[in-house]
Write a protein that binds this ligand. Structure first.
Ligand SMILES: [Zn+2]
Length: 261
């Protein structure tokens, strides 16, 4: 079974992008989950399109627990996620890649933990490093290897959606230190941490966040712009998979410590 999984966000949902043909359906304790088995070169990967292949699952309806659980159960140890985001930091422009290192969670009402009191004692996972720094380093190396410039750190703010944010909310996020805003980064990152998996996200800025640009935001425009960046994102992801697969059996990070699964 694959060591590495790719969770594809908006614009990265087609299994054929990773030569994936075998579909795996699993009934997890949290509901059904679907992923595909594909390849980067000769390296087998699990590919999980976060919104479904046809982009029918909105951010607040994604079954994050089932998705992370099924990858963990399949033996995956490293997850590369992609995300289309709005830029809060005025220094970020359309098409910029950001390898975020922190996050702020503004979601509400989403089942967000595996440590839900069904077993004792109560567990609290450490979240000092929401994203695996080893994997982040490999993504940045992959950006360098492929000639894709990237911003090496940033704070991802996860909004509940599915509506876009108000300009006042974006101003609040900016004051809190947010660099980019999206709707799917949480609880995915926290669940990966609870599962003891290495997890990192490659964010693509598709637009200026609400109130910072001139145009009305629309999902169609985000998809269109993400598709414009897709070639570059895929190159980086594939190169990261190559680097991560060479990283050997003993991963030199502490992501497995303190897992609750
Ligand atoms: Zn790690």
């Amino acid at each position: 079974m694959p060591d590495i999984a790719i969770i594809g966000g908006t614009g990265v949902l087609d299994p054929s992008l990773f030569a994936a043909s075998k579909r795996v359906v699993e009934i997890t304790p949290y509901g059904p989950a679907i992923f595909f088995l594909g390849y980067v070169d000769e390296i087998q990967v699990a590919f999980l399109p976060r919104h479904g292949v046809l982009h029918g699952i909105p951010p607040h309806k994604v079954n994050y627990r089932a998705n992370v659980w099924t990858l963990w159960r399949a033996g995956v140890r490293q997850i590369l996620a992609t995300a289309a985001v709005g830029g809060i930091d005025p220094g970020l422009g359309q098409g910029d890649l950001v390898v975020v290192d922190q996050c702020i969670d503004f979601t509400r009402g989403r089942p967000s933990t595996f440590a839900d009191g069904m077993s004792s004692p109560v567990r609290h996972v450490d979240f000092t490093h929401p994203y695996c720094n080893r994997l982040r380093g490999l993504i940045l190396q992959a950006c360098a290897n492929t000639g894709a410039g990237a911003v090496s750190r940033g704070c991802y703010v996860c909004a509940e959606g599915p509506r876009f944010e108000s300009p006042a909310e974006i101003e609040m996020f900016r004051k809190l230190g947010g660099s980019v805003v999206g709707m799917t980064g949480m609880p995915e990152a926290a669940l990966a941490k609870e599962a003891g998996l290495c997890y990192a996200t490659l964010c693509t800025v598709t637009n200026a966040a609400a109130g910072l640009g001139h145009a009305r935001l629309s999902h169609e425009e985000v998809v269109r712009r993400m598709e414009g960046s897709r070639g570059r994102v895929l190159e980086v992801i594939r190169e990261t998979v190559r680097l991560a697969s060479r990283d050997g059996q003993a991963l030199s990070c502490s992501c497995r410590e303190g897992a609750v699964l």
